[in-house]
Design a protein around this ligand. Structure first.
Ligand code: AHG
Ligand code: MN
Ligand code: MN
Ligand code: MN
Length: 321
C-alpha cells in the first residue's frame, strides 16, 4: 500500500510539483465526496447560466469549478489558472511557478443519471515575463503533469509527471489515494472503439471509411469483429482505454459548421494525450500529434483520436489516403 504522497517522493518528483499534485488530489477527493452524496449533496440539476463554451452549466459544473478555483488560488505555487467554465484565465499568485488548466467536471450530462463523471487537470510551467492567457500558449509537450480523477464506483486518479502513467484508488476510510497500478500500459492492439455514432453523417470521409470498416467486422477488410462503447464522458472512455486498450475518438464533424470540433485542447485533449502517450498509446487529431499543437486560444477545440498504438495508426492511415 503506497500513497500518492509516498510515490511522489520515491519517484523524485520535484517537491513543489508534488505539493501542487497533492492539492489537485485534495480537490478530487472533495468533489468525490459531493458526487457520492448525489441528490443529498444538492448537486444535481442545471443552473440558468451558460458558459463560454455555449453550454448550459450544470450545478456541479459550477460547484466543482468554484471549489478548484478557490483551492488553487490559495496555493502559492499557482501563478494562474484556466478553466472550461471561466471566460478568461484567472491570475492567482505572481510568484507561482505553475499554470493549471482544468475541466472541473467532465461528462456533465452524466451527473443527473448517476453515471461516470470526472475532473481533468493539466500543469504547465509559468513563463518569465509572460502573464495572462498568453502564458498558457504552450504546446501540451510542455506539460509538467497531467491527471484526471474519475468518480466511478471507485474514485481513481490517473497521473503522469512524464515518467509513465500511474493509477491510484481513493481509500474512502483514510481519504488518501493509494497506488493501484505503478506502470499503466495500453495494449498496442484492440478490438474496441468509442465514437458518438449519432454524428456519423457529419464526419469527414476518412473517418466514415475507417468506422465503416470496423463495423463491417469479420466480413470487411479488417477481417475481424470490433465492439463499441460510448460513455459520454471522455474521462470514462479514456479510463477504459488505459485499463484495457481501445480507440477513442471525437472527430471533426459538420453538425454545427461554427464548431467543427467538440473537445477542448487545454482542458481535455492535452492532459489526456500526455496520460495516453506515457502509457504507450498515441494521441492525434488525424493530421497532427496533439501534444505538438501550438495553441492560439485557451478555449480552442480539436479533433481527438487516441488509444492503442496500432489501432490509432491504422485510423491515421485512412487520413493519409
Ligand atoms: P464536458 O462535460 O466537460 O462539457 O465534456 C463533455 C465531452 C466529453 O467528456 C465527452 O466525450 C463528450 O463531450 C460527449 O459528447 P456527446 O454528448 O456529443 O456524446
Ligand atoms: Mn461542459
Ligand atoms: Mn469535458
Ligand atoms: Mn466540463
Amino acid at each position: 500500500m503506497s500513497s500518492l504522497h509516498a510515490q511522489l517522493q520515491s519517484r523524485n518528483v520535484d517537491p513543489e510539483l508534488a505539493s501542487l499534485i497533492l492539492t489537485l488530489a485534495e480537490c478530487g477527493s472533495a468533489i468525490s465526496t459531493l458526487v457520492r452524496g448525489g441528490a443529498l449533496s444538492g448537486i444535481l440539476g442545471a443552473t440558468e447560466s451558460e458558459n463560454v463554451q455555449g453550454e448550459t452549466q450544470k450545478k456541479l459544473d459550477v460547484i466543482a469549478n468554484d471549489l478548484i478555483k478557490e483551492r488553487l488560488s490559495a496555493q502559492p505555487l499557482v501563478q494562474a489558472l484556466a478553466s472550461e467554465e471561466e471566460d478568461h484565465s484567472v491570475d492567482a499568485n505572481p510568484a507561482g511557478r505553475f499554470l493549471v488548466s482544468f475541466d472541473p467536471l467532465d461528462g456533465s450530462s452524466n451527473i443527473d443519471i448517476n453515471s461516470l463523471v470526472g475532473t481533468i487537470f493539466s500543469v504547465l510551467p509559468a513563463q518569465s515575463g509572460v502573464s495572462g492567457e498568453a502564458a498558457f500558449m504552450q504546446p501540451g509537450r510542455n506539460q509538467l503533469a497531467a491527471c484526471y480523477i474519475l468518480y466511478g464506483p471507485a474514485t481513481v486518479m490517473a497521473l503522469t509527471t512524464g515518467q509513465g502513467t500511474w493509477m491510484f484508488t481513493l481509500d474512502p476510510q483514510t481519504d488518501t489515494f493509494v497506488l493501484s497500478d505503478g506502470q499503466v500500459q495500453i495494449p498496442q492492439q484492440t478490438g474496441e472503439f468509442a465514437i458518438n455514432a449519432s454524428n456519423q453523417r457529419f464526419w469527414q470521409p476518412a473517418m466514415q471509411r475507417y468506422i465503416a470498416d470496423l463495423i463491417a467486422g469479420k466480413e470487411g477488410p479488417r477481417g475481424r469483429n470490433f465492439n463499441m462503447r460510448w460513455i459520454a464522458a471522455m474521462v470514462g472512455d479514456v479510463h477504459r482505454v488505459l485499463s484495457r486498450g481501445g480507440l477513442f475518438t471525437y472527430p471533426q464533424d459538420t453538425k454545427n459548421p461554427a464548431k467543427p470540433y467538440k473537445l477542448r485542447l487545454m482542458y481535455e485533449a492535452n492532459p489526456m494525450a500526455m496520460l495516453v502517450e506515457q502509457a504507450g498509446g498515441v494521441a492525434s487529431t488525424g493530421y497532427e500529434t496533439i501534444l505538438d499543437i501550438e495553441p492560439e486560444q485557451i478555449h480552442q477545440r480539436v479533433a481527438v483520436i487516441l488509444g492503442s498504438k496500432d489501432e490509432v495508426e491504422t485510423c491515421l492511415d485512412y487520413h493519409k489516403a
